[in-house]
Design a protein around this ligand. Structure first.
Ligand code: KG4
Ligand code: ZN
Length: 376
């Protein structure tokens, strides 16, 4: 904690947000703060690429008894955890407050009460330290997370890029031609794929969060044992969506199919049979992702893609993406596992990269729980 500072009260106004960084000789160091859901995270990233520290304090144990994130518990936990998490990030980076060049914070989308904690803390820090504040879209942070892999040559080298973004709250296909500019190609009409995995795990009597539990349960299971629907796979008539059907997703039917299967055949969810059920359910979800991704690649004629977000941690999905890339003759970028799920390095990284390019990041006054990635 900064000596003598009360976090949530501002002392003076920052006047130099538009400060240019290009003349600086030492690496530009950004502190990132991320509290959009149930992870309290802070990180220090240099020049938008080099992760000096990344601290994530998970609240999973507090939400587990409820089988999902409880917003009130999440926001209270952020209040308790954030000061120590920020201090740990600075300590691990070997940096003093003075060494920071900017404070980056997620201001949406996410849970309003959780976002508030991160944004107010970041605003107070920025004002107290006299450092510029940079608002970051959480989904844009996920897209940028592939750049946290030091093996990737440069942010420009991966463009143009199709991003398959798969988290607990979103499932979308996005085209990126420049960092900071995103075009939505398609998205889910109902549940996100992570949500379908989380809810499916509950129906199968598995733990929380469901994605990793299903992955574990599916090991050694037969993915072709049960035939689950792959939503929106067919051509179909009567499409009223704003985005083309070819790149949209639907996972609610998959979840309903599992519910009926568990009701009609409780033996499928019993321990010795469950691996086949988990493997088949997961396979159907991933087949739908791959089907739409392949269509997007063909439609956009872009020779590279990335898969980002919590679900991208899944080994089975990664293997299927690898096979798709080989079959289509395109390159694909994956995210280091630690940066697939929510973290602050992707927030500090994107803000730092854009600021280094002279791009003005948003200066948010308030959180935006429904902040879109693209204004289409
Ligand atoms: O990106 P993320 O941490 O948070 C959001 O922005 O939503 O994603 C969380 C989602 C959850 O639905 C979780 O079940 C899923 O990512 N997830 C996984 C795995 N690890 C996390 N899904 C499948 N396999 C995994 N190994
Ligand atoms: Zn996320």
């Amino acid at each position: 904690m900064i000596p003598g500072t009360i976090w949530l009260f501002a002392e003076r106004r920052v006047t130099d947000e538009t400060k240019r960084y290009s003349d600086m000789r030492r690496p530009m160091q950004f502190l990132g703060i991320e509290t959009s859901c149930d992870e309290t995270a802070a990180a220090v990233v240099a020049d938008g690429r080099t992760v000096r520290s990344s601290v994530v304090s998970s609240q999973i144990d507090q939400h587990r008894p409820f089988g999902g994130v409880v917003p009130e518990i999440a926001s209270r936990a952020h209040v308790d955890l954030l000061p120590d998490v920020v201090e740990a990030a600075l300590l691990q980076a070997g940096l003093s407050w003075d060494g920071l060049d900017g404070i980056a914070v997620t201001y949406g989308p996410g849970l309003a009460s959780s976002l508030q904690i991160g944004l107010r803390a970041a605003q107070a820090l920025a004002l107290r330290l006299g450092k510029p504040l940079h608002g970051v879209n959480h989904l844009a942070g996920h897209c940028y997370s592939i750049l946290l892999d030091p093996a990737v040559a440069s942010p420009e080298s991966v463009l143009p890029l199709i991003v398959l973004l798969v988290t607990g709250g979103h499932t979308m296909l996005v085209r990126v031609d420049a960092w900071g500019t995103y075009r939505l190609l398609g998205q889910t009409l109902d549940d996100a794929v992570g949500e379908a995995l989380d809810k499916g795990a509950t129906l199968m009597g598995l733990g929380y969060p469901g994605g990793p539990e299903i992955e574990k349960a599916a090991r050694g299971g037969d993915p072709a044992r049960h035939d689950f629907p792959r939503g929106l796979r067919g051509g179909g008539a009567g499409w009223y969506g704003a985005l083309p059907r070819a790149c949209c997703f639907s996972f609610s039917g998959l979840k309903t199919a599992l519910r009926y299967m568990c009701q009609q055949h409780p033996e499928y969810a019993a321990e010795q049979e469950r691996k086949h059920l988990a493997a088949s359910y997961q396979e159907a979800a991933f087949d739908a992702l791959l089907d739409r991704l392949e269509r997007a690649l063909a439609q956009e004629a872009v020779p590279q893609f990335a898969c980002v977000g919590g679900v991208a941690r899944n080994e089975r999905l990664r293997a299927k993406l690898d096979a798709l890339a080989t079959r289509c003759g395109v390159r694909w970028y994956t995210v280091p596992p630690a940066y697939c799920t929510d973290n602050a390095a992707m927030i500090a990284g994107l803000a730092g990269h854009l600021a280094g390019q002279g791009v003005q990041n948003p200066l948010p006054d308030d959180v935006q729980p429904n902040l879109p990635l693209c204004r289409t």
